[in-house]
Ligand binder design. Structure first.
Ligand SMILES: [Zn+2]
Length: 168
């Protein structure tokens, strides 16, 4: 028996003989967990675009596996504003960003994902990463680093949470 439960309707099922040859898979960039190893490739894309860095993180053809929650958390750890033009990031910021991608995604996997509304694992348990969120969903709460209020702004129809003092 195969059960496909797609509460948020982002998923799809397709049958193919070799998934690596599927056009959707071939269109993906390298996995965010390999961000340190693929930092030069990511920098290459960023240097050629003026798009805000958060949009670059959400572009699955540039780097795969980062959703809206994790993009906010990654940028907070790296100390980078979600609105910074991707072409203006320094080498030092790219180093911090790549390490933050690996750290945040690894912890999220270890904690079985984030259960904010409806996400459940196949064994009916919920994820635990929501207990480790530092900015996402924390609007008006105090920043854990500096105490300033966390802000929320809609960016490209998605919520971005950030600390204006710690992220520039
Ligand atoms: Zn702060």
């Amino acid at each position: 028996m195969l059960i496909f439960s797609d509460a948020r309707c982002f998923g799809r099922l397709e049958l193919c003989s070799d998934f690596r040859k599927h056009r959707a898979i071939k269109a993906l960039g390298p996995d965010g967990l390999d961000a340190v190893r693929n930092r030069n490739r990511f920098m290459f894309y960023c240097e050629r675009r003026k798009r805000p860095i958060k949009q670059m993180l959400l572009d699955q053809s540039v780097i795969a596996g980062i959703g809206n929650i994790y993009a906010s958390e990654i940028l907070f750890q790296a100390g980078i504003s979600p609105f910074s033009p991707s072409c203006e990031l320094s080498l030092k910021q790219h180093e911090k960003l790549a390490q933050a991608m690996v750290d945040i995604l690894s912890l999220a996997i270890e904690k079985n994902g984030t259960s904010i509304s409806d996400y459940k694992r196949v064994d009916d348990k919920t994820g635990e990463f929501q207990d480790f969120l530092k900015v996402y969903g924390k609007e008006k709460e105090s920043c854990q680093r500096c105490g300033n209020p966390i802000q929320r702004r809609v960016q490209n129809q998605r919520s971005s949470f950030f600390c204006a003092n710690c992220q520039c």
